[in-house]
Structures are given as structure tokens and as C-alpha cells.
Design a protein around this ligand. Structure first.
Ligand SMILES: NC(=O)c1ccc[n+]([C@@H]2O[C@H](COP(=O)([O-])OP(=O)(O)OC[C@H]3O[C@@H](n4cnc5c(N)ncnc54)[C@H](OP(=O)(O)O)[C@@H]3O)[C@@H](O)[C@H]2O)c1
Length: 214
């Protein structure tokens, strides 16, 4: 597929390389291509563009920008370029405040989530929450003794979730579909839980697994 990655931080870069390695065509969106001069030299098969260029290019779009900037980045990408497309939302609504004993602060609450806000404003796009509850080092081809880790996803569009589940399978994950967009209220805070061992013990290599009877 043609994948447009909005965001050039660690997540955007890791996912872009992962998509390329798994046979997709990828473009990365940034406001500041100059900052990525060296990275672009090492990754010549991944062109850079503006958020709008990249959203237009992608058959599937990945949102991997700072949570506080997610709305602005999508506005720059434009609703027209996103219409009808699956949008993997890897963002977390992390507030501009330090963690408390390793617990991150969010600018949302338990009755609201960032993905619902984005879905409301960009109603033509098909948001699927994914990749937000694991560190970027483990996003592509994760290797754990306990086997495939679980990626919790949610979103209103079943077809978009099917496409994202296929990508997760390709990347070495099992998928747990938690339902509609409201489930992002539960999936986004998994990031808080995931980060605690990192902040408290500098342990950043782990992932969640859902154990079931079947
Ligand atoms: N780091 C992780 O391991 C990890 C894991 C799971 C989820 N996440 C989530 O994934 C997202 C990306 O995280 P990250 O660590 O890769 O990097 P980040 O520093 O959170 O985000 C970097 C990206 O945000 C864009 N950005 C920043 N301010 C902006 C603004 N005002 N308007 C438009 N775009 C803006 C930057 O644009 P430019 O390219 O123009 O600089 C850059 O592409 C975050 O929401 C984070 O919570 C991170």
C-alpha cells in the first residue's frame, strides 16, 4: 500500500522504515525537512513532504505527531486529503507537564479521548487507534519470550480496522479489537501504564499481552 506517515519523530521514522521493510511505499510528512537532512540521506527510498503532500499520497495515513499538535497537523494535512482513508492514530494526549512518580499527565479525561476529538473534527476519515501503547523500539517485528504481544485497537470503521489488523499481523502483533472510537478512552491511558517502568526503573522494553481462554 501507499503509506503516508505524518510525523518525523522517533515513531514516524520507525514506522516509516517498518512499512518500507514490509514492502509498502512510504512518504514522511514534516514541517521541517531541513531537520531530517541526515536521515533522508540514509533513507533515500522514503521521500519527505509537507503534511498535505503526505496525506494526499497515502492510501493509508499514519498520525505520529505530538499529541498537543495532532489537530493542527491534521488541519495542515486537510480533511479533503484524509477523506475515506484509514488513519492509524499512534498519538497520546500527553500534557505539557512532568510525570508524577512516573505517571504521565494527560490533557484528556476518562470520558473523552484524543482520537474521538480527531474523529469528530475529521468525520470523513476512518481513525483506528494503534501503536500508542508500546515504545517505538518494539513497534516493528517485536521479539518477546512470551510470543506475539497484543496491540489494542479501536475505531468506528470495520473495514479500516481490518486493514490495520492485517498490517499489525505483518509487523508481528496480534490484534485485540476493543470496539468503537470511545474505547480510545481506555487504550490511550495504556501509554501511562506502559511508561511507568521506564520512568521508575529505566525499563523501556516490554509490551502488553491479552491472555484469553480460547
Ligand atoms: N516515542 C514513542 O516511543 C511513542 C510510543 C507510542 C506513542 N507515541 C506517540 O506518538 C506521537 C509521536 O511521538 P514521537 O516520540 O515520535 O515524537 P513527538 O516529539 O511527540 O512528535 C514529533 C512530531 O510532532 C510534530 N509536531 C510537533 N509540534 C507540532 C505542531 N505545533 N504542529 C504540527 N506538528 C507538530 C513534529 O513536526 P516536525 O516534523 O515538523 O518537527 C514531529 O513530526 C506522540 O503523540 C507520542 O505520544 C510515542
Amino acid at each position: 500500500m501507499k503509506i503516508g506517515v505524518l510525523g518525523s519523530g522517533d515513531v514516524g521514522k520507525v514506522l516509516a522504515k517498518g512499512f518500507l521493510a514490509h514492502g509498502h511505499e512510504v512518504m514522511v510528512g514534516t514541517r521541517t525537512p531541513l531537520k531530517l537532512k541526515e536521515w533522508a540521506r540514509d533513507n533515500t527510498k522514503i521521500p519527505l513532504g509537507s503534511f498535505a503532500d503526505v496525506a494526499r499520497f497515502g492510501e493509508l495515513v499514519v498520525l505520529a505527531v505530538k499529541g498537543t499538535a495532532a489537530m493542527d497537523a491534521l488541519r495542515a494535512a486537510t480533511a479533503t486529503n484524509l477523506a475515506g482513508k484509514p488513519v492509524i492514530d499512534a498519538t497520546n494526549p500527553i500534557a505539557e507537564a512532568p510525570p508524577n512518580n512516573g505517571v504521565l499527565k494527560f490533557f484528556t479525561n476518562l470520558d473523552d479521548s484524543l482520537m474521538e476529538r480527531l474523529q469528530r473534527e475529521f468525520s470523513g476519515a476512518c481513525f483506528v487507534k494503534a501503536f500508542n501503547s508500546v515504545g517505538n523500539a518494539c513497534m516493528v517485528n517485536p521479539q518477546f519470550k512470551g510470543g506475539r504481544p497484543t496491540m489494542f485497537i479501536c475505531g468506528n470503521d470495520e473495514q479500516a480496522k481490518g486493514i490495520v489488523s492485517g498490517i499489525l499481523d505483518q509487523f508481528g502483533w496480534e490484534t485485540a479489537d476493543m470496539g468503537k472510537a470511545e474505547a480510545a478512552r481506555a487504550i490511550e491511558p495504556l501509554c501511562m501504564l506502559w511508561c511507568i517502568p521506564g520512568f521508575l526503573r529505566n525499563d523501556w522494553v516490554h509490551a502488553f499481552k491479552l491472555l484469553t481462554q480460547a
